[in-house]
Structures are given as C-alpha cells and as structure tokens.
Design a protein around this ligand. Sequence first.
Ligand code: ZN
Length: 215
Amino acid sequence: MKRTFVTDFDGTVTNEDAGAALLRSHGHDSWVFWDWCVRIGCLSLPAAQELQWRGVSADRDVLAESARNSMFLRSGFRGFVDRVRAAGDDLLIVSSGFRFYIEAILGDLAKVLPIVANDLHDSDGGKRIAWVDRRYWCAVHRPCKAVVAQRLLNHSVVALGDGLSDLCLLRSSVPLYAVRGSLLEKRGRRIGREGLSSFDTFDTVSRAEWAYVNP
Ligand SMILES: [Zn+2]
C-alpha cells in the first residue's frame, strides 16, 4: 500500500513557528493575547487567526521575503524528501498556517510537495484569510491533520507534528512522530499514546523508516 507522510509545517518542517515569527515582527501586539486564549482553550485557532492577521498591514510579498530570510528547514528535511520520493511514497504538508510563507520557506521544494493550507490575501490595508476546503476541517482545526489522514483511505499514513494544531493526531491510530520536547510529545507520553516516536532532526525519521537504506 502506498504510504503518505502527513506533516505539519510550522515548528515541524521548520525549527520555529513561521506564522508566530511574522506576527511578532509585523502584527499588532495583541496577537500574544489571542495566542494565549487559544492555549488555555478559550478561543479556537481559526478565530484567533482572524483576529491576529486582519490588521497586519505589511504586503504579503514583504511577509514572504521576511519568512524566506529568517526561517530554516529542520536538519535532514531535504534528505527525507529524497528518501520519500525514492521509495515511491508521498509527502503531504498539512498546515493551519498559510501557503504563501510555506512556499517561500520551502523554495524549490514547494514545486514537488503538495500543500494543504490556508491562503492569506492583502485586503483594505490588512489581511483576509481564505480557508482551506471545509472537507478538511474538524471542530477546532482548519485544516485538521487527523481529518486529512482519515481521508487518505487507500494510503498507509504516517504523521509528524509538534503543537496545538496537531493534537487530534493523538486520538487517531496512525504512527506518529512528535518533535522532541514539543507539546504534542508531552501530551502523547502523558496519555500513553501507542505508536509515538520522538524526533529532533529528519535524519532520525529517515533512519527509522529506511534503516535498510542507511543502517
Ligand atoms: Zn483537529
């Protein structure tokens, strides 16, 4: 059966949350408050994103350039992409963030990797969010990785993530890689989630998945 690696982007493919970094440098100070509201469960992530991004006045091109210049891919990611493709498997990026900065940070890799994410448009001196197809939503995530994984019916799914937007994966049964030290890893360990592995670089994932190629 074809395998599909479903990976989160911010903090998983990258070392740092690019959306948060852009809000830190270009957003209104209140973004921190809305972020806190999400963390304690008072506000959904999409509702917070609407509030955080609508007043961001910097053009999207400026934001993309900023992301391109300040964000790095987690170590081993390019090699991981090569191994996935050599094995005939798929790698799908699923993000609650925005396509424009994901493509900017991925550079040439954006041409070969499918991305399920939201779009952000310049609008009246601020920003307007165009949400991903609602087939991929759950009650709290747009898109939800667990919903996307469930929809890949004829594929064997392996998921990778780190944070709040990945927590639904803990209730699914797919093999799951969580960034070492992340919220996802801590919650997963606390509930004894089966099939949970920790990783810090993508070399760790490559070695675990293709041990016969690179012992
Ligand atoms: Zn969800």
